[in-house]
Design a protein around this ligand. Sequence first.
Ligand code: BGC
Length: 250
Amino acid sequence: MTKTGFGIDVGGSSVKGGTVDLTTGALIGDRIKIATPQPSTPEAVAETVAEIVDRAGWQGDVGITLPSVVRAGVAFSAANVDKAWIGTDAKALFTERLGSRGVVVLNDADAAGIAEDALGAGRDVDGVVVLLTFGTGIGSAVLHNGELLPNTEFGHLEVDGKEAEHRAASSVKTAKNLSYKAWSKEVTRILERIEALLWPDLFIAGGGISRKHEKWIPHLKNRTEVVPAALLNAAGIVGAAMAADKGIAP
Ligand code: BGC
């Protein structure tokens, strides 16, 4: 029998959820996507999360990502979501809203990293794997032999006087109308800084722009191999479901 779980990925523009085949990382049935309520306060987002779980008819435990540093279920930052999240006990809030289900809350990039490392682009790689998600900001996940080091925030690493995500998020490429080649120079700078500090064995590039990887990954000049994420947009949902299944939260 297929072992299944349920994950929800909360982002600044949409909240997405679905049932996950925990053995393969494939989504079972439709991904449910609802626009993030504006303002994206904790209460409003909890309502959307509950709607997704209801629509799916899911009865078991639920994993939920936030674009936030999350320690023991509490959000400590809020990127592209309402600042009211800061200091919110997200686990308590979602647990109350979702009834008797077990709830695990974790950072969005950490969830994507768990999924990619186990079932996606990192599945045959030992050692240190660093996943970066390029989107509105830059999210990061660090895994060592499958074990997550939670809440790394490399998007905020200062590189030559500027935060990494202000140089090389994919939103910067759009805002400045940069070519893939010009943008890849900024990405190279970020990767070189991370590899000087961490010496990873592999980088996995995630976020929507990883779908166009052939346009920019070949331009990167850093030392460590960079591969595109394999689970693409579903990685956050899959990793959240995996974390809920294991009952582990950072
Ligand atoms: C936040 C991270 C988040 C990333 C992607 C960054 O700005 O600080 O916590 O993982 O954006 O959403």
